[in-house]
Write a protein that binds this ligand. Structure first.
Ligand code: AMP
Length: 226
């Protein structure tokens, strides 16, 4: 059986994190944990977390570190993750979240942090075109539409533009990324946990690059992580 993995995927909004995390979760048979997807579900369900998150998410602002890490800690305690690991997408987003995550995972640390690099001009084009399924979160775009109208090919849900994919919210999210999330790249680099991978080109080609980076790291560690 293929070995599990404990991975964090970083990258600007529109770098293709969601698509790549899904492919990686199939490849390594581990759970994709997206904090954005968890929060969107909480908003849809109208939970107290969802009510706190809604306005901040629409503006593209970040939720508090404690609130996010409490949600992540609860998810990490479930058996699928304990057995096989996780692909964490959208978290950490601040150095403080990264520190809290390391404490949460101790004594077994992350296997690798992958930074998907895409120029800002390209992510802006991708975000303007991005469409998502409201039910399962599957990704589409103006050029890669569902087969029938704006109905999701995977689950039949409605495919829409995200509320935070407006011009103003995108600008805010990219600004926050540069100020708060980009410093994480140095933070993980200094700990020897980072692999940077180009996110340009076809999604399948990007997945191959990421899997190669993970396997190279695994081989250097004698076939084992952690
Ligand atoms: P995403 O789908 O990852 O772009 O996340 C959508 C929104 O959810 C973000 O713009 C934030 O408002 C919120 N969010 C998701 N993950 C986090 C996090 N780790 N820390 C703070 N806010 C988050």
């Amino acid at each position: 059986m293929v070995a599990g993995a404990r991975l964090v995927v970083l990258g600007k909004q529109g770098a293709g994190k969601g698509t790549q995390c899904l492919s990686l979760s199939h490849h390594y048979v581990v759970t994709h944990v997206s904090t954005g997807d968890m929060l969107r579900e909480a908003v849809k369900q109208g939970t107290s977390l969802g009510m706190k998150a809604k306005k901040l998410m629409e503006r593209g602002d970040l939720l508090g570190d404690d609130l996010i890490m409490e949600m992540v800690a609860a998810r990490m305690a479930e058996s699928d993750i304990k057995d096989r690991g996780f692909i964490l997408d959208g978290c950490p987003r601040t150095v403080s979240q990264a520190q809290m995550l390391a404490e949460l995972l101790a004594p077994v640390d992350l296997d690798l942090v992958i930074d998907i690099e895409v120029p800002t001009s390209q992510v802006l084009r991708r975000l303007a075109s991005r469409r998502v399924c409201v039910d399962c979160g599957a990704n589409y775009s103006l050029t890669q539409r569902p087969l029938i109208g704006w109905t999701c090919d995977v689950c039949g849900g409605e495919v829409i533009q995200r509320e935070d994919d407006t011009e103003v919210a995108i600008a805010n999210r990219l600004e926050i990324y540069e100020a708060q999330t980009a410093p994480l790249i140095d933070w993980y680099q200094q700990r020897g946990q980072l692999a940077s991978v180009s996110g340009t080109g076809a999604p399948e080609a990007v997945t191959k690059r990421i899997v190669k980076a993970i396997e190279d790291r695994r081989n250097r560690k004698g076939g084992r992580f952690s």
